[in-house]
Design a protein. Structure first.
Length: 278
């Protein structure tokens, strides 16, 4: 059995992050387990996007340790996009699928090396066969054979079927650019998806398609969202970023578990206050 998913890991230990004199995260420790569908919630300005950028490796913590290890790859959808306006839709798709295309190329090279042997040549070594097997497993884990079909499905599901592949990105609206970026991340099918407000710029039909896609995703999802329906339908874990305390608290059992835990905390606070005032 291929151990890929057993090796997956996402942890933060005593992580702090500040911008100048403004502390955003203070001594944050958390774990997201492989396969969990995790929502990041909190008030505006609480540090949700900072948390995601740290997990994506787009920024470094001031202190603490971050381990994000997903052999099946990581896909990151930022809230602010950095797209070349002269590039085309096809360029964006090609960039998203670059890792899969590289795997395809390496598989073909390995196959050629194994098959192009003359009479009298030694048999393939165990090491050569192992490399070939690992390449195939990695490609199959990413469902590489369906990459092109998955791209078409994502473009259609997110309302972008009308875009021609030679369309310059600079001619797309902001909403179209955001949806294209999301489609490209999903088409690459990485094991870990880090998504900052993925339901922005989506109509109800596209949101429904995205929810179905993420529920079916075999890997791990960490998504910032304010969408109540998305929280209820997709997520199994809630990470709440507290702007005042600059901490992150984990709640299991999805949105219902989060609401139950918060209600219990409010009851405890009310009881303690009543006892204090008595």
């Amino acid at each position: 059995m291929h151990p890929q998913r057993d090796r997956a890991q996402l942890t933060m230990k005593d992580v702090s992050k500040a911008y100048g004199d403004r502390s955003v995260l203070d001594q944050v420790t958390l774990t997201v387990r492989p396969g969990e569908k995790t929502a990041v919630i909190g008030e505006n300005g609480s540090g949700k996007s900072t948390l995601l950028r740290l997990l994506a490796g787009a920024e470094a913590p001031d202190t603490g340790e971050i381990t994000v290890r997903f052999p099946g790859g990581t896909g990151y959808l930022a809230q602010t996009l950095d797209l070349d306006p002269a590039a085309t839709v096809q360029d964006a798709v090609d960039a998203a699928l670059a890792e899969l295309r590289d795997l395809e190329h390496r598989i073909r090279e390995a196959e050629a090396g194994l098959s192009e042997r003359k009479p009298g040549d030694p048999e393939p070594t165990d090491a050569e066969l192992a490399v070939y097997g690992d390449l195939l497993t990695a490609y199959e884990d990413r469902d590489g054979y369906r990459a092109d079909a998955r791209t078409e499905a994502a473009l259609h599901g997110l309302g972008l079927a009308h875009l021609t592949r030679d369309r310059p990105l600079g001619t797309l609206s902001g909403g179209e650019q955001s949806r294209l970026a999301l489609a490209c991340v999903l088409a690459a099918a990485p094991e870990l998806l880090l998504l900052d407000e993925p339901t922005n710029h989506l109509d109800a039909r596209a949101v429904g398609w995205l929810e179905d896609h993420l529920r079916a995703h075999r890997g791990t999802v960490v998504a910032i969202t304010h969408d109540r329906a998305f929280l209820e339908r997709v997520t199994s874990v809630i990470l709440e970023v507290d702007r005042d305390l600059r901490t992150v608290t984990r709640y299991g059992d999805g949105w219902d578990g989060y609401r139950t835990a918060k209600a219990a905390a409010r009851r405890r606070w009310a009881q303690e206050r009543e006892e204090y005032l008595a």
